[in-house]
Design a protein around this ligand. Structure first.
Ligand code: SF4
Length: 198
């Protein structure tokens, strides 16, 4: 992969910069020497973030057993569409969320990077399961082909540990991502147990 991967990782750093701008509301990076814009877009950015967080479109993309739990989250029992996480799209160009569910091996790594680059920006990544986070049970000396964490290839926003994590775990990870995008916990209003049961 060599040079090609290096240039792709350069693009990632621009994606990070764009995300930081989005979060800070500055047209220019706060550390840069360029002057800040006269027009502040804070409010419109907040509204856009609210829209982004409540309309995440994940990619139809699974690598191993964890993907079965991810599929469960889309089915009637858990029904992730209740929270706006609609809909699984088959094309990365129509997605803004990649859920890396399963083991990433070195043969798959360039495809993961390419898919990430093809997604619409701003884009987010959830590492689902121990394999995606750190290589999981396959991270042994003999397994020369396992990538020890997808965050060595692309930036990860939320980690959902487990082998496999249950669908509720992934749902919690999606809520964490919403919180990261908007700075606020959803769904809103939050559930609070009645006082007599607390
Ligand atoms: S973390 Fe466990 S369940 Fe998930 S892909 Fe790896 S081995 Fe399978």
């Amino acid at each position: 992969m060599g040079e090609e991967k290096k240039s792709l990782l350069n693009i990632h750093s621009y994606a990070e910069l764009a995300r930081e701008r989005g979060e800070s509301g500055h047209l220019y990076h706060p550390d840069s020497e360029e002057p800040h814009g006269l027009i502040r877009m804070d409010l419109s950015e907040k509204i856009l973030d609210l829209c982004r967080a409540n309309s995440l479109w994940p990619m139809t993309f699974g690598l191993a057993c964890c993907a079965i739990e991810m599929m469960c989250l889309g089915m009637a029992r858990f029904d992730m569409s209740r929270y706006g996480f609609e809909v699984f799209r088959p094309s990365p160009r129509q997605c803004d969320l990649m859920i890396v569910a399963g083991t990433v091996n070195k043969k798959m790594a360039p495809a993961v990077i390419t898919l990430y680059e093809q997604m619409a920006a701003p884009r987010y990544v959830i590492a689902m399961g121990n394999c995606a986070i750190s290589g999981g049970p396959f991270a042994t000396e003999e397994n020369y082909n396992v990538v020890l964490g997808v965050d060595t290839l692309i930036p990860v926003d939320v980690y959902v540990p487990g082998c496999p994590p249950r669908p509720e775990g992934l749902l919690e990870g999606m809520f964490k991502l919403q919180e990261k995008i908007t700075g606020q916990r959803y769904p809103f209003p939050q559930f609070r147990p009645p006082k007599d049961k607390a």
